[in-house]
Design a protein around this ligand. Structure first.
Ligand code: SAM
Length: 493
């Protein structure tokens, strides 16, 4: 079976596989690339992605290296002699030397040369959990990257780990978890038969069905993610009657406290008050726990309201969970870019070099020299300076490749020390005084010519997402465990 493109996308895009088409920085389209089936399936070119930046036949997106920039095409609808040329988009694009790839792609697949390069462009990116989260069809609220990266880290989810997740919802968390537990095609990092797996549960029938199709299309179903249609409050977390032996649990449910009694090591006793269960002293030997008996189990619940947190924490305490802690992620994007001074000297052959632009360039060079001298030819000692009202005009465009995007980052800017080089720029807070004299001046001078690094933050934190409650259920320690430990590490006390 082919490895999921989420786990190993290979070097190029493939037919019948998922690709993320990036229209602009935050505008992403998930597309299943299809090879043209012939002239009569709508467009002569086969399936076409139509966007406000132009039309992109799938044939021009298949078998190209991931990250390629693809030019829009003038698409011929072809069938029955009816020809309709799409107007070339006047947005985005620019000359980028992609024409050759366009025509190569068409010829190698025998597509009519009716697809001519137009002006807009897109980038074709490999699917990752992060890009999927940004582009997936929402069926529910989803967990976003800042939250799930922190959650997976705190839950110690790593290759070979077994994770229970409920509810699956739109599958945003599931994809990130699948990548985290994946232990290679042969399960190289597993011990014995235990493979890394996500055991995902969803009780809403349509969501479950949609999620199943998506996971199958993404090459993740069964091998990496076991999806079960289940009300976990009522029926718990066993799969086909067997324990997932989970090392970690993530609950994104409206009432996590209702699911917690199923996540015990022994069957919880009937409630004594408020219908809250309690841990049984003796335990029921016929009851199967879904947890790994040999490890402490890490849990996270994800709830938007503090009342949900209170009930969850209270139930956790009664069920023997320890190290209970609540965290809220307040994510703020920082954009980092260079403030280029720009010498503005026309360098092309035959260009008109006027006294005015030479004077301007000389003035700017003098400005750079001054700044360079201010630092005594040596870098600043600190790594971050205070916010400054530095000149940032003209630098709003963060990425040269984002030509479809007129967005400008908002918020304050601040100047940071320029230590982007991994070479000997000695920008180490003064620890390399001696070597500072050795050749760092040229590097530093070059960095002044390149411009200062500027960071810009969003003016405020966007919104509250949810409260994360973390806890640990320690492993049980039996008399046999103690004997085995003493045999391994004899104790002389
Ligand atoms: N974490 C998901 C994501 O990142 O896409 C979103 C989860 S969504 C907020 C909550 C899901 O829990 C819903 O799809 C809902 O149907 C499911 N759910 C609610 N109660 C459930 C239960 N008792 N058993 C299983 N799933 C349940």
């Amino acid at each position: 079976q082919e490895v999921s493109p989420f786990l190993d996308p290979g070097p190029t895009t493939k037919p019948n596989s998922l690709a993320i088409v990036q229209l602009s920085r935050d505008n992403l389209l998930p597309i299943y690339l299809q090879e043209p089936k012939g002239e009569h399936d709508g467009y002569a070119e086969g399936a076409v992605v139509n966007t406000r930046y132009g039309s992109f036949p799938h044939s021009t997106l298949i078998n190209v290296p991931w990250g390629s920039q693809i030019r829009a095409s003038n698409v011929d609808t072809g069938s029955r002699g009816r020809k309709r040329k799409r107007p070339a988009s006047d947005e985005g694009g620019g000359e980028n030397g992609n024409e050759r790839r366009d025509s190569d792609a068409q010829q190698s697949r025998g597509v009519k040369p009716a697809v001519a390069a137009s002006s807009g462009f897109v980038h074709v990116l490999p699917p990752t959990p992060e890009l999927w989260t940004t582009s997936l069809p929402h069926r529910t609220q989803v967990v976003y990257t800042p939250d799930y990266s922190y959650v997976l880290h705190r839950l110690r989810v790593r290759p070979g780990a077994r994770l229970i997740e409920a509810g699956a919802g739109s599958g945003s968390f599931t994809h990130a978890a699948a990548r985290a537990v994946y232990d290679g095609a042969g399960g190289s990092s597993t011990r014995g038969n235990r493979r890394g797996r996500v055991f995902s549960f969803e009780f809403h029938e349509q969501r479950y069905a949609k999620m199943r199709t998506e996971l199958a299309d993404h090459g993740l179903l069964d091998d990496v993610v076991r999806l079960t249609h289940r009300d976990v409050y009522r029926d718990g977390f066993l799969v086909d009657g067997e324990s997932p032996e989970a090392d970690a649990v993530f609950l994104d449910l409206p009432a996590p406290w209702e699911a917690l009694p199923h996540l015990a090591r022994q069957r919880p006793r009937e409630s004594r008050s408020e219908s809250l269960p309690d841990v049984a002293g003796e335990g029921d030997k016929t009851w199967v726990s879904p947890l790994n008996p040999k490890r402490s189990v890490y849990i996270c619940t994800f709830s938007p309201c503090i009342e949900q947190v209170t009930r969850t924490v209270s139930t956790m305490r009664r069920l023997g969970w320890v190290d209970i802690e609540m965290v809220e992620i307040a994510n703020r994007k920082l954009q980092v870019f260079r403030e280029r001074i720009g010498l503005n000297i026309p360098l092309e052959k035959g260009a008109n070099i006027s006294p005015a632009n030479v004077a301007e360039a000389v003035g700017r060079l003098a400005e750079i020299e001054d700044r360079f001298r201010e630092h005594g030819g040596r870098p600043q000692a600190s790594t971050t300076s205070a916010p400054s009202a530095s000149k940032t005009a003209g630098n709003d465009k963060v990425s040269d490749s984002d030509n479809n995007n007129g967005d400008t980052p908002q918020g304050q800017s601040m100047e940071v020390d320029d230590d982007g080089d991994d070479d000997d720029d000695n920008n180490d807070g003064g620890r390399a005084e001696g070597s500072a004299a050795r050749g760092s001046s040229a590097t530093l001078y070059r960095s002044f010519l390149d411009g200062r690094l500027i960071t810009r933050g969003e003016p405020e934190i966007k919104t509250h997402t949810s409260y994360l409650v973390f806890a640990v259920l320690p492993r049980t320690w039996t008399a046999e465990d103690e004997e085995a430990a003493l045999r391994r590490w004899p104790c002389t006390v």
